[in-house]
Design a protein around this ligand. Structure first.
Ligand code: NAP
Ligand code: ZN
Length: 347
């Protein structure tokens, strides 16, 4: 076994602290890479706090992982020692069901294996995430990372990037569309960058007036403060799509009223509590609500290649791992500009 250093929560809502654990030896189809940077996703906070479902503890969070390959199994074809590598929210799936065969491993009918707070395919070995110094992942779930981009700023693409890229591609959002991105945090700021890159007219819907200048720098065309009634009123019946990245309870009916006829609200944010949605909010204007979870491995590689080609990375604040609690507190308050990334050299 490989002795691994990490930061873990020992129980729900516990503060993260140093913890040593074991990873499996590198098998014939595995890649081991040393982790250089790991992004901090709001999902980490939801899961440490057991906000979605009872978690597996000790929990080592982190699913925006980049680093350099240090060992490969005998049958590994796509990676060699020294390559850059990345892993996102999943590390395995059945590879056989109809969804896996369609490159939709995230919707594996047997359940994909989450990078942390999950169980390996044996159904009993817990998985541990990227707030750690090294990781072993089967080759199919390791992504190639371009040497061209700032590596720390690439890390968030592995979750925030693909989670916003995938639905915008699925719903073919682009030229001629008015897209609103709801919530300007880790996911939201990537949604703005992709929406702009795909040619849509992008509006940020935010509770934070002080983020307006940043939104414009990110390429957004308009900014609506959602706590300002007059601004919300002026934005009624405007958008073809709303990409909802909000992590907390919010009024879906109010946001649905901002859609045009046949508009779609795309849920990617995962508030802990279910929302109340009035049928009237949907039938007036034949509106739809959809949802999307991360993206498949092939699409994640496509997104990484797209980012390398178009020079797209995340806007980040690099942190020391000992400051993770402060980062969580700031994220909880919406004070994130626009992704915290842990420098694992500080572990
Ligand atoms: P984040 O960086 O904390 O950003 C969330 C943003 O939502 C905040 O910055 C804030 O933006 C806005 N917000 C927060 N509370 C709000 C409220 N009560 N009402 C309205 N807006 C509010 O979080 P993230 O990492 O981007 O993650 C966002 C959500 O997506 C989380 O629930 C996460 O678990 C989920 N997620 C889903 C997937 C998936 O596969 N679907 C993948 C990753 C993450 P403003 O200041 O602009 O209002
Ligand atoms: Zn995430």
């Amino acid at each position: 076994m490989i002795e691994t250093k990490g930061y873990a929560a020992q129980a729900p809502a516990a503060e993260l602290a140093p913890w040593t654990f074991e990873r499996r030896e590198v098998g014939p189809h595995d890649v081991q890479f040393d982790i250089l940077f790991c992004g901090v996703c709001h999902s980490d906070l939801h899961q440490i706090r057991d906000e979605w479902f009872p978690g597996i503890f000790p929990m080592v969070p982190g699913h925006e992982i980049v680093g350099r390959v240090i060992k490969v199994g005998d049958h590994v074809k796509k990676f060699k020692v020294g390559d850059l590598a990345g892993t996102g929210c999943m590390v395995d799936s059945c590879q056989e069901c109809e969804n896996c065969k369609k490159d939709l491993e995230q919707y594996c009918l047997e359940g994909s294996t989450q990078t942390y707070n999950g169980l390996e395919r044996d159904g009993k070995t817990p998985t541990y995430g990227g707030y750690s110094n090294t990781i072993v992942v089967r080759e199919e779930f390791v992504l190639h990372i371009s040497e061209k981009l700032n590596l720390a700023a690439v890390a968030p693409l592995l979750c925030a990037g693909i989670t916003t890229y995938s639905p915008l591609r699925h719903w073919k959002v682009g030229k001629g569309h008015k897209l609103a991105v709801l919530g300007l945090g880790g996911l939201g700021h990537m949604g703005v960058k992709f929406g702009v890159a795909f040619g849509a007219e992008v509006t940020v819907l935010s509770t934070s007036p002080k983020k307006e200048a940043d939104a414009m720098k990110l390429g957004a065309h308009h900014f609506v403060v959602t706590t300002d009634e007059a601004q919300v009123k002026a934005a009624k019946v405007t958008f073809d799509f709303i990409l909802d990245t909000v992590s907390a309870e919010h009024d879906f009916n109010m946001y649905l009223s901002l859609l045009r006829t046949d508009g779609t609200l795309i849920c990617v944010g995962v508030p802990p509590k279910p929302a109340e949605i009035a049928a009237f909010s949907l039938l007036g204007g034949r509106k739809s609500i959809g949802g999307s979870g991360i993206g498949g491995i092939a699409e994640t590689q496509e997104m990484l290649d797209f980012c390398a080609e178009h020079d797209i990375v995340s806007d980040i604040e690099i942190i020391d791992i000992k400051d993770i609690q402060t980062a969580y507190d700031r994220m909880q308050k919406g004070d994130v500009r626009y992704r915290f990334v842990i420098d694992l050299a500080t572990l």
